[in-house]
Structures are given as structure tokens and as C-alpha cells.
Design a protein around this ligand. Structure first.
Ligand code: NAP
Ligand code: MG
Length: 510
């Protein structure tokens, strides 16, 4: 396709597609081939302020926050219907722009994203009122809590699950009655643009309720985090940028939810069912090339089962097939970028220098079809000690660190010895034992005999430096609400209000 034929994507502000003020555009690439797929608007701070202003006006004087929960829910259900009808368009962009394999896009990312959107469309209907237990002191009063939208939400998302992350941000925010400015990652704007295009085509949202701004994180993201017109920042990405966001958002004391990095432990108990645990551990680590924040990248294997487990694990891992994402036979596609590939190659070097054993060493494919993509096959390091960099630092690539253990107590201690706390896995034939271990792990999600299964109904988020707050479930909806307590006195008479006497005794007394 010639450059002229490529689509040019604009900014979406106040219900309209609009060119960026400086008329600059960046290419969006296919990480499997290096081909340019489209040109995407590069917003500056002023464009970002335009979008924030549109969201502010929509929130302060538009119908969306005032709408009844039932009406908002009805509109969101219609939006999900429209997304479902065009889900193939989204899936194709997730493959082309994100390196997501056909199987992952069609079996997981897009259908799961739609399920999660539907979940929030349903939750939107719940009455935002909660009872408070009857209060009789200092006198009878009627009390209740109203959950209200926070206001304008700046939402910044990463490149690893571009559609799912966009849904996790906008669906709960809209369900609770907020207005949104969404900033996709610069590598992967195309499925988020498609999502917004489909929503725009429905004509269901009032202008300014949903805005999309593409452009560099340092400029657009920074403007969102510092603007006094933005009430909340929701961010998913690196712990490093998360720390910066907490600081910049502090200048206006914004509500902040952060979903950051991880180095999640995955613990095999000595009674684990190996058929499941072996494929499950590979799924935990290598799904989407390890480019998932919750990946189970530190694998603890008991000495008593070690040889059998490792032999079978390496055998299964060596069968994982690299290929073009759109090919239904491909197990793993490319990494997102040349820089991510360099990071992975560098960590492999670090692991070798630290003295870990490369039981399986990542290779670049020789297939000429894959020559221009950012490909590397899985690496499995054994003889890893938990203090090594390859066991402590988030690699975000297909590299597994295996740690052999003798005492389960010691494995749990090592599992918790990390700055992160996003997720963990425990594999055992005994649910009692597994729950006992799960209770001791300092992580926001613990999977028992499974991994990566994220439900719309259950909360997701991190302990420690893996984040602040939770997404999904009612927890995720409540993260987009302010809590207002309304107290109505029922004692009525002045005489009953002895507490006023603290300041000013009643007439007739002295
Ligand atoms: P990143 O820098 O944290 O990017 C995530 C999002 O934040 C992107 O939309 C990015 O915009 C934006 N951003 C960047 N700098 C910002 C700033 N100063 N203020 C506000 N927003 C900002 O992640 P990355 O550089 O793409 O990847 C680096 C590492 O982060 C990876 O190797 C991985 O370890 C980790 N990571 C974690 C997750 C996760 O799900 N927890 C996801 C992605 C990456 P631009 O795209 O325009 O830079
Ligand atoms: Mg970055």
C-alpha cells in the first residue's frame, strides 16, 4: 500500500474528529513486519487542553452525569451491541498493530473486552444509593450515601492489551457518569481509535463525554496529570511512570488509580497435577510473550519433583512456535518494538552474567517472513536465585526465571521478597494447602491451579509497588465514584439538641 493510501487518524474532541493544532502525525507500525499501517495525530499540550475542556463542559453542564442510572445503562448496552457487531474490525487491528496473535485476539482479548464492557453496562444500572445503619446518637437522624461521578477522568493506557485496557478505563468511568479523556500508548493507538469510531458512529454519547487524544506520554500524559480541570487519573503502565504520575497528580490532589508492573511468583507444590501445572506455568509466563503485567515470571519448583517437572517444561516450551500474528497456527507473535526486543536481549545477557543456566535460550527466527519483526523465542533460566536481577526486575518479555526450593515456607518468603505484588499462582492437588499458601502471598490476585483468568466480577490490582486501587467488579466501578454522606436530622426541636448547648446554652438556662 502506498503512503498516500494509508488512513490518517485525527483527534476525537467534543464529539468530532479534528486535526491536531500543529498538523503533525506519527506512523503506527505493524510490529510483525515493520510496515507503516496508518498515520496518527500527534497532539500537543494545547490539543490536550481542548479535550480536557470538552470533557469538563460535558461534565459540568451536559446531561451524562445527571442521567438516571437506568438510562445510562441502556445507552452503554447499545454501545456494546455496536462493538460486538464490529468486533472483527477491532480484532484485526489488535493483530496488525499490537502483535496479538489471531487466536489471542479472537478467543480472548476482544471477546473478553466486550464481556467486561457489558459487565459495566449492567453495573451502570445499579442505584448509586447505599443505606447507613440507623443513627440515634446524638439524636435520631436519617443517613444515606450517594455515589457520584468523580468528574473528568484522564486515562492513560499501555500497548500490551490496547483494546482491553481501553475498555477497563472507559467502561467503568462512563458507567459511573464521568467524562473521559483517553490517551492510548503511542505504539498501539489503532484499536482504541476504532473503539471510539464505533462509539461515535452510534451517536449515543453526548459530545465531550468521551475524548481520545493520541500523542507522546510526556506531553499529553503530563498535561492530563497536571491540569486543574482533571479530577482523576487512571494509569496502566510501568512502575517508573506510575511514580511520576503520582507526583505530578499530587499538585492538584487528583484521585489516582495505578496498575503498574509485576514480577509475579508462580509456586508449584509437591502434590501438583503436572499435566495442568506445566502447560499452566508456560501459559502464565509466555502468554503474549510475557508482555503482561501479571505474568508469572518467577517459577518456584519443589526439589522433590524438580527433574521431572523441568524436563517436561522445557520439552513443552521448545514446541512454542513463532509466527505472523494473523496465522492461526502461530503460538507467539513479535514483541511490540525494537526497543522491547533489545530490553529482552539485554536481560538474557544479564542472566548469563549472573550465572543462571539457560535451559532454553531465546533465538531469533531464521524464517525470512519474520526477518523484519521483533521476534525472539522463549528463554528459561534455571539455577536462579531470587536476588538476581532477572528474578527481581520486570523484563516484560518471554523470559522465565526458575527457582528450585526445598521448604515451602522458604519459597513463600522468597515469593514475597519483591517490590511488586500484582499476582501469584499456586498449583496443588489440595485446595486447603493451596489456599493456605495463597493467604500468605502479598499479591492482589492469586490463582490456584490456573493463571491469567481475569473476571469482570472480581477486583484486579496490585499490592506494594504494583499499584494503587482496583479495577473491575464493583471495586472498579467505585474507583470512579466520590462518596457523599447525607445526614438529615430527625430530632427537629431545639430542646432535643443538647449539643448546641456546648457553644450556646438554651434560652432560660445560664
Ligand atoms: P510506559 O512508559 O509506562 O507507558 C504507558 C503509558 O504511559 C503510555 O500511554 C505512555 O505514552 C504513557 N506515558 C509515558 N510517559 C508518561 C508520562 N511522563 N506521563 C504520563 N504518561 C506517560 O511504558 P513503556 O515505556 O511503553 O514500557 C516500558 C516498560 O513498562 C515495559 O518494559 C514494561 O516493563 C512496563 N509496562 C508495564 C505495563 C503494565 O501493564 N503494567 C504495560 C506496558 C509496559 P507513550 O506511549 O506515548 O509513551
Ligand atoms: Mg515509556
Amino acid at each position: 500500500m502506498s503512503d498516500q493510501e494509508l488512513l490518517t487518524h485525527q483527534l476525537y474532541i467534543n464529539g468530532q474528529w479534528r486535526a491536531p493544532r500543529q498538523e503533525q502525525y506519527d506512523p503506527a507500525y505493524d510490529p510483525a513486519t515493520g510496515q507503516v499501517l496508518a498515520h496518527v495525530a500527534k497532539a500537543n499540550a494545547e490539543d490536550t487542553r481542548d479535550a480536557i475542556h470538552a470533557a469538563r463542559t460535558a461534565f459540568d453542564s451536559g446531561p451524562w452525569p445527571q442521567m438516571s442510572p437506568g438510562e445510562r445503562s441502556r445507552l452503554l448496552h447499545q454501545i456494546v451491541d455496536a462493538l460486538e457487531a464490529r468486533q472483527g474490525e477491532i480484532a484485526d487491528l489488535e493483530m496488525a498493530n499490537g502483535g496479538c496473535t489471531w487466536r489471542k485476539a479472537y478467543l480472548m482479548d476482544i471477546p473478553v473486552g466486550l464481556l467486561h464492557f457489558r459487565h459495566f453496562a449492567k453495573l451502570a444500572a445499579s442505584e448509586p444509593l447505599e443505606a447507613v445503619p440507623q443513627i440515634t446518637f446524638p439524636a435520631l437522624s436519617y443517613n444515606f450515601v450517594r455515589r457520584e461521578p468523580i468528574g473528568v477522568c484522564g486515562q492513560i493506557i499501555p500497548w500490551n492489551f490496547p483494546f482491553l485496557m481501553a475498555v477497563w478505563k472507559i467502561a467503568p468511568a462512563l458507567a459511573a457518569g464521568n467524562c473521559v479523556v483517553l490517551k492510548p500508548a503511542s505504539y498501539t493507538p489503532l484499536s482504541a481509535l476504532k473503539l471510539v469510531e464505533i462509539i461515535h458512529d452510534t451517536g449515543l454519547l453526548p459530545p465531550g463525554v468521551l475524548n481520545l487524544i493520541t500523542g507522546p506520554g510526556g506531553v499529553v500524559g503530563n498535561e492530563l496529570c497536571t491540569s486543574p480541570l482533571v479530577d482523576k487519573i487512571a494509569f496502566t503502565g510501568s512502575t517508573e511512570v506510575g511514580r511520576q504520575i503520582m507526583q505530578t497528580a499530587a499538585s492538584t490532589v487528583k484521585k489516582v488509580t495505578l496498575e503498574l508492573g509485576g514480577k509475579s511468583p508462580n509456586i508449584i507444590l509437591d502434590d501438583a497435577e503436572l499435566d495442568i501445572a506445566i502447560d499452566g506455568s508456560l501459559w502464565a509466563t509466555f502468554m503474549h510473550n510475557g508482555q503482561a503485567c501479571e505474568s508469572g515470571t518467577r517459577l518456584f519448583v519443589p526439589g522433590s519433583r524438580y527433574d521431572e517437572f523441568m524436563e517436561r517444561l522445557i520439552d513443552r516450551a521448545s514446541k512454542i512456535k513463532l509466527g505472523l500474528p494473523a496465522d492461526g497456527n502461530t503460538d507467539l507473535g513479535p514483541l511490540i518494538s525494537a526497543s522491547q526486543l533489545r530490553t529482552v536481549e539485554n536481560y538474557i545477557k544479564v542472566g548469563l552474567e549472573e550465572g543462571a543456566t539457560p535451559a532454553l535460550l531465546g533465538q531469533h527466527p531464521t524464517d525470512p517472513e519474520l526477518a523484519h519483526g521483533h521476534y525472539i523465542s522463549p528463554t528459561i533460566f534455571t539455577n536462579v536465585r531470587n536476588e538476581m536481577r532477572i528474578a527481581q526486575e520486570e523484563i516484560f518479555g518471554p523470559v522465565l526465571a526458575v527457582i528450585k526450593y526445598d521448604s515451602l515456607e522458604d519459597a513463600i518468603k522468597q515469593a514475597n521478597d519483591t517490590i511488586y505484588g500484582l499476582a501469584a499462582g499456586v498449583w496443588s492437588a489440595s485446595l486447603e494447602r493451596a489456599i493456605g499458601v495463597a493467604n500468605k502471598l502479598r499479591a492482589g490476585t492469586v490463582w490456584i491451579n490456573d493463571y491469567h483468568i481475569i473476571n469482570a466480577e472480581a477486583p484486579f490490582g496490585g499490592y506494594k509497588q504494583s499499584g494503587v486501587g482496583r479495577e473491575l467488579g464493583t471495586w472498579g466501578l467505585h474507583a470512579y465514584t466520590e462518596v457523599k454522606h447525607i445526614h438529615a436530622d430527625l430530632s427537629r426541636t431545639r430542646q432535643a439538641r443538647f449539643w448546641y448547648d456546648i457553644l450556646l446554652p438554651q434560652i432560660g438556662e445560664s
